[in-house]
Design a protein around this ligand. Sequence first.
Ligand code: GDP
Ligand code: IMO
Ligand code: MG
Length: 424
Amino acid sequence: MAVDLLLGLQWGDEGKGKIVDVLTSNYNIIARFQGGPNAGHTLVFNGKKHVLHTIPSGIFHDEATNLVGNGVVIDPVIFKKELDKLEEQNVDYRKSLLISRKAHIILPTHRLLDAASEASKGKAKIGSTLKGIGPTYMDKTGRNGIRVGDLELADWKERYRKLANKHESMIAFYDVDIEYDLAEEEERFFEAVEVLKSLTFIDSEEYVFQAQKNNKTILAEGAQGSLLDIDFGTYPFVTSSNTTAAGACTGLGVAPNKIGDVFGIFKAYTTRVGSGPFPTELFDDDGATMAKVGHEFGATTGRPRRCGWLDLVALKYACQVNGVTQLMMMKGDVLSGFKTLKVCTAYKYKGDTIKHLPYNIEPENVTPIYTDFEGWSEDLTSMSEASQLPEALNKYIAFLEKELETPITIVSVGPDRKQTIFRN
Ligand code: GDP
Ligand code: IMO
Ligand code: MG
């Protein structure tokens, strides 16, 4: 069976966790392929909210297997906290959660290096989640990292010490004021590593290969969004992994010709958390309304998310880079009550009007060109059928489908699992 992918098309937080949870009943295996605890995926059901960081969003379904793939980076301390929360909810994860031996481990000193790097950048900081993501992927590509499989080796603590010592000298090199008590952090880390070691480690690419051969259905769950991709995002204000479709191939060991559907998720408007260019960002009451009604605060860091109109130029780019076959539009309910909605359909760029994402989208290079749409006033949150959606919203959807040449098959009208409308 082909492997389906589910990816964020903007700057993250599109609602991936919710939709993976909704779709899990159609799949045998849910697999994360990149990112780590920088992600915060929110699921809401039975009146309760759950936030997952590293664990795949299929974990609340008994019948699904959840795989943390080789492309993911794992912080044992945060992972343990997630497991503790699952235990509180009586989720029996021991049999259903598998971890790739090739996934890399985030060390306490990776987090400190992240903090030192950000502090040294001053105003030019990335606005990282400070979870140690960048330094861990640097050690991966630098061929210095410690992997999950290494934890099974007798000498892994010696390797840990050597790497942590190197990190400490690098932190000193940054010459910034970072206060830390490494001994205390290490105590928590080693305790959490023992918990991690009590879970099932596997050779995940072989597992994924056999699963495909045996016609198991697999959904790969992306983290972050396409505009945060290390290659195709708004570099350097990006994360350190490939968040786009290709990342699922390298992050799980899926051959490119074995990819099936690519589900692209986007908000009906746009948000971004952290630094970096955002052409359609709003600094007025409209932006404040989106933030307030949409509860736009980061699920991992609690930081306020920047809000703005939908950017179709960027969305089209993300559809192309990922080969999106179906679109899912989230948070349309947040736009209820806006008299007029704007969609950026082109950019003014160096005197020209362009419809593709150029190399540089800083405000001094790019001015968005908008098309106006009539808004709707109806509350969408209790709607459950496509036939109930207001005419003005249907027009908005039809325009996006035409411009993106891709059908919108799900319209989400609230955070709950049940607030999901399937079209066609
Ligand atoms: P993810 O990182 O892509 O999984 O998204 P997050 O969980 O970080 O952020 C999405 C936020 O929007 C969460 O608080 C969700 O509960 C919420 N959410 C998801 N879909 C909808 C929707 O259709 N309407 C509203 N109002 N909230 C939604
Ligand atoms: P989910 O999976 C939104 C952003 C950070 C920062 C940049 C780099 O919940 O959509 P990093 O810690 O990765 O080095 O930070 O990327 N970022 C996210 N923004 N959602 C996320 O994940 C994010 N993960 C990282 O805010 O700008
Ligand atoms: Mg999130």
